[in-house]
Write a protein that binds this ligand. Sequence first.
Ligand SMILES: Nc1ncnc2c1ncn2[C@@H]1O[C@H](COP(=O)(O)OP(=O)(O)O)[C@@H](O)[C@H]1O
Ligand SMILES: CC(C)(COP(=O)(O)O)[C@@H](O)C(=O)NCCC(=O)O
Ligand SMILES: [K+]
Length: 254
Amino acid sequence: MTFLALDVGNTRLKWALYEAPRVGARLLAHGAQFLENIEKLAEGDWADLPPPNWVMGCVVAGDAVKRRVEEQLELWDVVPRWVVSSSEEAGVVNGYDHPARLGTDRWVAMIGARQRLLSQGPARPCVVVMVGTAVTVEALDIDGRFLGGIILPGHGIMLRALESGTAGLHVPTGEVRDFPTNTSDALTSGGTFAIAGAVQRMVENLQKHSGYAPVCYMTGGAGWKMAPSMSTPVELVESLIFDGLLEIADRRLG
Ligand SMILES: Nc1ncnc2c1ncn2[C@@H]1O[C@H](COP(=O)(O)OP(=O)(O)O)[C@@H](O)[C@H]1O
Ligand SMILES: CC(C)(COP(=O)(O)O)[C@@H](O)C(=O)NCCC(=O)O
Ligand SMILES: [K+]
């Protein structure tokens, strides 16, 4: 009874095939494709997979991309279920002014984070950082209520914005340094400090609000690049969105 989980971001589609729609299910196969290569999935990465019995996913890349993914899914006799952000699901309460307007990847990642937190011990407040095309930093209180979160540009967008708005910033990627002394290092460190500083601020906000030190989970395609440069402790969890999709599927189907 296999389960295919999909996470369609603004840069890449990530997929993971599990043995069942159950928390802790065995991972059978996984992969990622840039959005421009979606059309290659059915004849490529997915061609030899055992047909999934269920498909569930989150999409933030727009309706046109979603339809291109659905065309590839016609390979199998299965109707995809796309998660919609709601006011409450799987133990997480959505504090957004308009719950449905919250990016579904953010919503699903928070559900994955809450489930991981509770499986590791007593409830604590939690910060969830996603480093993808954009960077999002969410705050969840001790009861699993999403208090609010921030959106900032990812590394690539920050660099491209600076390149296109100036004459003198076309340089190769640099290193993260405490005190950068060349343009490349200054740009790379600037982007990294912007993200690290935003996370630190949200951790402080949540600590002040709740009176407890929060747990901080980090995920997303560029999470591994950011994690070593953080100024507050983070736990890198590559699978947070898939964990969230499994949690939702388990409750709805399992
Ligand atoms: N192997 C990789 N291929 C592409 N992007 C990568 C890779 N590793 C890290 N990245 C970084 O991750 C970002 C994309 O992360 P991802 O989680 O796929 O984003 P999204 O969910 O927005 O599609 C890119 O901006 C890039 O900086
Ligand atoms: C903030 C995002 C652009 C992040 O996208 P990503 O970096 O994962 O591709 C996405 O979650 C989104 O479009 N959100 C809708 C607006 C909101 O969450 O308020
Ligand atoms: K994402």
